[in-house]
Design a protein. Sequence first.
Length: 173
Amino acid sequence: MADSDKTPVQEAAEDMGAGDALWRRWIGSWLDFIAVALLVVLPVIAVDAIPGLTEEIKRYAVWPACILGLLYFPVLEGFWGRSLGKLVSGLKIVDKNGRVPGLGRAVVRTLFRLVEVNPFLVGGVPAGIVLLCSKRKQRLGDMVAGTYVLSADRLRQMVMVDATLKELRETLS
């Protein structure tokens, strides 16, 4: 892609410092792992504490908690561009035009996350290596999904500049 074909989002991704991107994404990932663990574990503990439930009922009660854990990333990132970890670390996921990625792209990111950022395999090491080697600070899941993880502040600035330019164009025409 020629430099003139780059979108403002792609330029912002290239401008983001690799250390800043890596650190913020790492913090956000661990916060998300904790959130998912709590979504899955707390309901299981609560059901287990209810006296008189059979083991079979307890097993069935685990499924909704597991479904919540599976939906955490695709729903939050797909519809809002942020998980709890991304919100706390000041990051947002967007497509090349600055829009939230949508459910399809978020599912792709999540499937790649299972290998790239899995805390039980090699942690975020594969994602970190790819991010540091990537021109636009993307992990493989981002590259395949066509998503970018940027500072929410930078995205707000880009929106304000776009609005100002639009207003200026309307005034001049």
